[in-house]
Design a protein. Structure first.
Lengths: 609, 171
């Protein structure tokens, strides 16, 4: 699989040191084999020197890079991970099985790499035929030899001084042909040359000064770079937009809130739609057979539903879009008139199910609204099939026949009165991804139980670029239920029957990391404040292996293969909402470790030989 | 930045300078001069922009100029903070040193009994009595401090920001 070759280290050293006289001299000395004392080494200040000592490190441009095509994205080689969830169906499943339930106890680190930045490291390492691309907070992309951990190049975006990042993170780079695509927190899409890390094009999407930003990994479909905007806490009007992978020209933009004259506009009153939220800050999934993108849409803004009466299409919904022109084919709204900050941005998984005696092409979405949704997708419609609560809640009294949840008004936030509700603002499951194993037929959910939230709604005028929640930020609460014996969970559900097969509880921690399934009948996940990375038996939930890492893990595990060896990779780097919940837990003084150290490291594991 | 600079008067995106006055940056009194009488003893802080008294330009074109002004008990201030204060009134950059969010809250600390400045983006807390040192959260360093003086009964700025304004950038 390694068809990657790098230019000799010495050439790179010449290139880097070319404008530095001292460096040149030292390079000459090295070539002649002149030995240097440690003191000279320390004094040299020669950046590329380490490249010479270690022949493999910092080796520069990648040769023989494998271009990414529509065919390769639609049917990825088992050893690669080139989309956010590896495949367009969003299942988060690797067909590799060298590492399995019987030998996972021998899993051991083979290399690590410090990213040099703090905050939430949420991206899956992306691997294309031996090359790994890692996106980190602060607009950084690192290209590495996936076998050795040696760096090829590093891109660092120079973010504006006056940018403020409510969610300082990135969820990955998209791949097409010989380029990479990064969506930035200052609201640009940037194309990088995969071989060198050089910027090929840079397109401004919207204005970061108005609270518009992006954190998602772009979805690449047939040469289109498809992104969605963040900013649900800033009173934006959400959108999904596509750019030409070649030159960065905008091809289409579809707002998640219909404008005047468009279907669904009448689910809003007055001008509420103009700042109604509906941000679309996670990567969509794609049905290659019907050529339909399924994209999750976030909460309505500001939070209390009283401030935007109506159903508020298409907030807290999934949109079915035509990738060629962005047209909305159909939609399903999970819940109406959102009032709890319950984004439904994780795109539903596309799963073929046998249910109630028939085959269903389903959409499965364990929601932030605490409901496990099973829907049916047809070329023109999305039908409600089933829904049930997967964590306890006091907001829904039930679900009606059409699939609309029935709300208990006592737990729906309003203006001028404090309202409490369970689960919390972060819901039953936030953005961290669930997974589906084609071998076990089960859906694995990183869930949170026993948390409640609350706030007092307040009419606060919108100022562009400033937080606009409809409550005072300091009023937002996260409470643990009295007597709670655990918080985080990994759950395994059979989507065909609605039965829970197993559950693993975390007594002292929230669960805030994506889960990934493999054909070795393993479930990999971090997500807890004890910094552990874990492997569970996919059939039984038995904890088979764990490794303490540098920081907490809120990223996505992935697996790849090179030269017959299966690897598992994860970024460990705590921050953003995992940290916010941690602060609330520490304040509640329920006996948990309050300090989760920050700072990102890429970890790669394989079986001990 | 450039596009805005065309519309904004010259000097409006320059950092606060010695001799600048302080005006309200929000609320009903937005744009009006802040005097000692406007500041309740013991907080909460008032949000301010610097204003050039010569040109009357309010330096509001960059959010990096937003300032927190608060009146505290002079006996609670440490030596360094006292030297920058006027009658217990101290001023700091309102930009959190972690991710650059605005520091908006004046609440009881998660780490003690005192009220502190708090950034609601990621919960960093700063103690204005002690040079805005970080008492909780991910912020890597203090808020930049702004020394104050009294000029004809009004508050004025006595020097440039002490410390770096804005969030952390990757190394």
């Amino acid at each position: 699989m390694t068809d990657v070759r790098v230019v000799p280290a010495s050439r790179e050293a010449i290139r880097r040191g070319a404008d530095d006289k001292n460096s040149k001299q030292e390079f000459e000395r090295m070539k002649k084999g002149t030995s240097m004392t440690r003191k000279q080494w320390l004094l040299s200040g020669f950046v590329a020197f380490t490249c010479l000592v270690s022949t493999a490190a910092g080796a520069g441009p990648i040769e023989n890079y494998s271009p990414v095509t529509a065919q390769r994205l639609e049917n990825p080689e088992p050893g690669n991970w080139m989309l956010y969830r590896r495949t367009y169906d969003g299942q988060g499943y690797s067909p590799l099985d060298q590492i399995n339930t019987s030998n996972v106890k021998n899993l051991t680190p083979v290399w690590t790499f410090a990213t040099g930045v703090v905050e939430g490291h949420e991206a899956p390492p992306i691997v294309n035929n031996g090359v790994m691309f890692v996106a980190t907070p602060m607009g950084q992309v690192i290209a590495l030899n996936a076998k050795t951990g040696d760096e090829y190049w590093r891109y660092k975006r120079q973010l504006p001084d006056d940018l403020f990042q409510l969610h300082p993170t990135s969820r990955g780079v998209g791949l097409w042909d010989d380029k990479l695509y990064l969506a930035t927190t200052d609201d640009h899409v940037v194309a990088l040359d995969a071989k060198t890390g050089k910027v090929v094009w840079d397109t401004k999407v919207q204005d970061y000064k108005k609270g518009q930003y992006m954190t998602l990994m772009p979805l690449i479909v047939d040469g289109k770079v498809i992104v969605g905007g963040s900013g649900g806490e800033f009173g934006v009007r959400g959108y999904v937009a596509a750019y030409d992978a070649k030159d960065g020209k905008e091809l289409w933009r579809t707002y998640t809130i219909p404008g005047e004259g468009e279907p669904g506009h009448d689910t809003w009153q007055g001008d509420d739609w103009k700042n109604g939220g509906g941000s679309a800050w996670m990567t969509g999934n794609y049905d290659k057979d019907t050529k339909t993108i399924y994209w999750g849409v976030g909460n309505a803004a500001p939070w209390p539903g009283e401030m935007h009466p109506g159903d508020n299409l298409y907030t807290s919904s999934v949109l079915a879009l035509d990738p060629s022109n962005g047209k909305i084919k159909t939609y399903h709204q999970y819940h109406q008139n959102d009032s709890w900050d319950w984004d439904e941005v994780e795109a539903p998984m596309l799963i073929d199910l046998q249910r109630d005696g028939r085959s269903i092409k389903s959409l499965v979405h364990p929601g932030r609204d605490a409901i496990f949704w099973v829907l049916e997708r047809t070329p023109t419609k999305i039908n409600y099939v089933a829904g049930w609560p997967f964590v306890s809640n006091d907001v829904w009294k039930g679900i009606d026949e059409s699939g609309k949840p029935i709300v208990d008004p006592a737990h729906k936030p309003v203006i001028g009165k404090r309202v409490e509700f369970c689960p919390s603002l972060w819901g039953g499951k936030d953005w961290p991804s669930a997974a589906y194993s084609q071998k076990t037929g089960l859906v694995y959910v990183p869930a949170n139980e026993n948390f409640c939230g609350g706030f007092t709604g307040e009419k606060i005028p919108l100022k562009p670029g400033e937080l606009w929640l409809g409550t005072k930020p300091e009023d937002i609460g996260l409470k643990a239920k009295p007597g709670a014996d655990h918080f985080g969970e990994v759950q395994a559900w059979d989507p065909a029957t609605g039965k829970k097969v197993w559950q693993h509880n975390f007594p002292k921690s929230q669960m805030f990391g994506s889960v990934t399934a493999t054909a070795g009948d393993l479930i990999f996940a971090g997500g807890t404040n004890d910094r552990n990375f874990r492997a569970f038996n996919a059939k039984t939930g038995e904890l088979l292996w764990e490794q303490k890492t540098n920081s907490g893990i809120m990223g996505m595990p992935m697996s790849y293969e090179i030269d017959g060896t299966q690897y598992v990779a994860i970024q460990s780097g705590w921050g953003v909402d995992a940290q916010r919940i941690q602060d609330a837990l520490a304040t509640n003084n329920i006996g948990i470790e309050s300090n989760v150290p920050q700072g990102g490291v890429i970890w790669v594991f394989a079986l001990k030989k | 930045m450039q596009a805005r600079a065309d519309e904004d008067p010259p000097g409006s995106d320059e950092r606060p300078q010695k001799g600048d006055l302080l005006v309200f940056s929000e609320g009903e009194q937005e744009g009006k001069l802040i005097t000692a009488a406007n500041l309740p003893a013991g907080g909460p802080p008032v949000h301010a922009w610097p204003k050039d008294p010569k040109t009357s330009v309010v330096r509001s074109a960059s959010r990096l100029n937003e300032i927190l002004v608060i009146r505290l008990d002079p006996a609670e201030l440490d030596e360094q903070t006292k030297a920058r204060a006027v009658d217990g009134i101290v001023a700091y950059s309102a930009i959190c040193t972690h991710a650059g969010c605005p520091v908006t809250a004046w609440v009881k600390s998660d780490a003690g009994d005192k009220e502190v400045f708090k950034c609601m983006c990621h919960n960093s807390e700063y103690d204005p009595r002690a040079g805005a040192q970080v008492v909780f959260g991910p912020a890597p360093r203090r808020l930049a401090a702004l020394p104050l003086a009294l000029a004809d009964g009004s508050l004025s700025i006595a020097g440039n920001f002490i410390g770096k304004v804005g969030g952390a950038q990757p190394g």
